[in-house]
Write a protein that binds this ligand. Structure first.
Ligand SMILES: [Fe+2]
Ligand SMILES: [Fe+2]
Length: 383
């Protein structure tokens, strides 16, 4: 029997829809209702933005004109944009207009100049803050083997507490549910943030990224797309796999992790950072995914649940080589001025995702939920 674990405030109809594999838009079509926004504002800026986006573009009027001042006020009052719920949700919403499926909105909003201006103001402070707090590694020689070596050194396993080791040996069923909820913000869109960079790269680096991303997108088989496999994992443990269903639940930093990838991917001048980010991401995937799979196996789950993690054990052992030498290394050789950003992007990946993991372990060590809004139902489907 499947027990759906819905998020608070979501009635059970969409959850039921989800359990049988429909997405939010399918559900809306079949139920005759409009697509819904599955999450709430977290402050004045995100509230303002959601208000604007629920109108057709021609009717946005004064609300749209007031968006940039609202953005500047939010930025001026923020203590730390990396952990600021309102600012990170606003960025998540603005990027969502490019991804689609994040919230229902008039598609004409995507390139609206006022929204792009607000986005650039947010990105400016976001990037500034990242560059001030992400440790900058020593730069290797401009040589593909040296760059790959430096990235492998940077991403070498840390002997300290690790989320994946905890998941393998000790995590409770409820904690593994939380882990999937946290991961769903990126993984239900797996590969898309880095793919923005494909047309922004050239030559060997572009070919390498396409080779990696082709695997992420299932090698031509939609049912093997990693995002689709992950959605299956969510359904098989009774979670809601609609994109956005758990946005309210996750802390700001989880949104920050996705927003950072998106910012790197969408800005051509940051193509070095997105290459470094993907390299670090792939280099820290194979062994942890084996451990995550072991955690679910320990609790009696079969391959319907572990397929996603098992798939990454071998795939990312290959991807990390391509990402290190052929993507990041070749990019450094072909565009040496990007070397610093390649290492910055890798370090930013390790730093932000490291903080996300540390916060989860810290909460669990105190017997607390790692979520901003704990799940309404903490129940696994039967294995
Ligand atoms: Fe993947
Ligand atoms: Fe991969």
């Amino acid at each position: 029997m499947v027990v759906c674990a819905g998020s608070q405030g979501v009635d059970d109809a969409p959850v039921r829809a989800h359990c049988v594999g429909m997405n939010a838009f399918d559900w809306a079509r079949r139920s005759g209702g409009p697509p819904e926004i599955l999450f709430d504002a977290r402050g004045p800026l995100s509230a303002h933005l959601l208000d604007v986006l629920q109108r057709p573009v021609p009717e946005s009027g004064e609300m749209l004109a007031a968006l940039l001042p609202a953005t500047e006020i939010a930025l001026s009052q923020s203590v730390d944009v990396l952990r600021d719920d309102d600012i990170q949700l606003a960025l998540f919403i603005l990027y969502g207009l490019h991804y689609g499926q994040v919230l229902p909105a008039d598609e004409d909003w995507e390139w609206n100049p006022s929204l792009i201006t607000a986005r650039l103001a947010l990105e400016r402070e976001f990037e500034k803050r990242l560059r001030s707090c992400v440790p900058m590694p020593a730069l290797p020689e401009v040589d593909s083997d040296a760059v790959a070596g430096a990235l492998f050194d940077l991403t070498a396993p840390d002997p300290g507490p690790s989320l994946s080791r905890y998941a393998a040996k000790r995590a409770t069923p409820g904690q593994l549910l939380e882990f999937l909820v946290q991961r769903s913000i990126y993984t239900l869109k797996e590969a898309d943030p880095h793919s923005w960079a494909i047309p922004r790269l050239t030559g060997r680096a572009k070919a390498a990224m396409v080779e990696i991303q082709a695997d992420e997108y299932g090698g031509g088989l939609p049912e093997r797309m990693h995002s689709t496999i992950f959605a299956g994992t969510m359904r098989h443990v009774g979670l809601d796999d609609r994109y956005g269903a758990y946005v309210d639940n996750v802390p700001a930093l989880t949104l920050t992790s996705l927003n950072m990838m998106t910012m790197f991917g969408l800005n051509r001048r940051l193509r070095g950072a997105v290459a470094g980010h993907l390299a670090a991401f792939e280099m820290t995937s194979s062994i942890p995914n084996r451990l995550y799979g072991n955690g679910f196996r320990r609790l009696g789950y079969d391959t319907n649940v572990t397929w996603y993690f098992d798939e990454h054990v071998e795939a990312d052992a290959v991807h990390e080589q391509i990402a290190g030498r052929d993507l990041a290394g070749s990019l450094a050789e072909d565009e040496p001025q990007l070397l610093s950003d390649i290492m910055f992007g890798a370090s930013a990946c390790l730093t932000i995702d490291g903080w996300v993991a540390d916060d989860m372990l810290d909460a669990w060590s105190k017997g607390l939920s790692s979520l901003r809004v704990p799940l309404a139902v903490q129940s696994f489907a039967t294995a």
